[in-house]
Write a protein that binds this ligand. Structure first.
Ligand code: SAH
Length: 237
């Protein structure tokens, strides 16, 4: 099976309308752009195209069915664009904002968006806990994030961005269960409650991939998010 066919059949497995050849080509081209830029400065560690496909591109697409239920989605700590870029290629009807605190990563994403001709991606260089106090507050119906922080910090960074009725979709591994211990009260303070933990498909079935859903049920008090120093020093749970 070619990489193009592999990606098309994987999107079927993910439960979304299978991507077209053109979308599969864009996904592969994006993978190449990441690997090329990775030679200049570290974006994804030491990986080859096979790992890029399975660990980054397919893993990002794995949650597409759930992310595709939203209109306006923010990816917090997107790094080289995961999971936001593959999702934006596969879900052209969804508007994505990709946020990261590192300028050169956002610069890379902006140039990839241009080269791939994507019209549904806005890259933003900002720290989440600062941007959540600005115009971005409570303005997304979905927030996604992968490999940024344990749930307790991730929720304080992300829940303020979510509109009431929207949700956080956190890409997590099996440790999510520990990360949730004693979280109910802290989540309530942010205006959120735990929802489902969904098992996602993967390309090589190595580790368990989970999508932890958190529902926003009431506005987040103005006192959140706190400064990063406070978030680190006094976690909510
Ligand atoms: N989501 C990507 C990158 C994970 S690495 C992936 O799964 O491959 C974590 C990224 O989060 C880094 O690029 C870092 O710059 C960013 N980050 C960490 N804390 C952040 C914060 N408070 N606000 C914005 N970005 C943050």
């Amino acid at each position: 099976m070619t990489s193009t066919q592999l990606l098309i059949s994987f999107t079927e497995k993910c439960g979304i309308t299978p991507i077209t050849q053109a979308q599969a080509h864009k996904l592969l081209r994006f993978g190449e752009l990441v690997l090329d830029t990775n030679k200049l400065f570290n974006l994804v560690g030491d990986v080859d195209m096979d790992t890029m496909l399975s660990k980054h591109i397919a893993d990002s697409l794995a949650g597409a069915k759930y992310v595709g239920e939203h209109k306006r989605v923010l990816d917090v700590g997107t790094g080289a664009g995961f999971p936001g870029m593959p999702l934006a290629i596969a879900l052209p009807h969804v508007q994505f904002t990709l946020m990261d605190a590192t300028e050169k990563k956002i610069h890379f994403i902006a140039s990839a968006v241009k080269e791939l001709g994507l019209t549904n991606v806005t890259p933003v260089c900002a720290r989440a806990e600062e941007a959540a106090l600005s115009k971005y507050r409570e303005s997304f119906d979905g927030v996604i994030s992968r490999a940024v922080a344990p749930m307790v910090r991730l929720c304080e960074y992300t829940v303020p961005f979510i509109k009431v009725g929207g949700r956080l979709l956190a890409y997590k591994g099996p440790r999510i269960h520990e990360e949730y211990t004693n979280s109910d009260e802290g989540l309530k303070r942010l205006g959120a409650v735990r929802s489902d933990i969904i098992s996602l498909p993967s390309l090589n079935n190595e580790t368990e991939h989970l999508l932890a859903l958190v529902n926003k049920v009431s506005p987040t008090p103005k006192s959140f998010p706190r400064t990063n120093a406070q978030i680190m020093k006094k976690p909510l749970w």
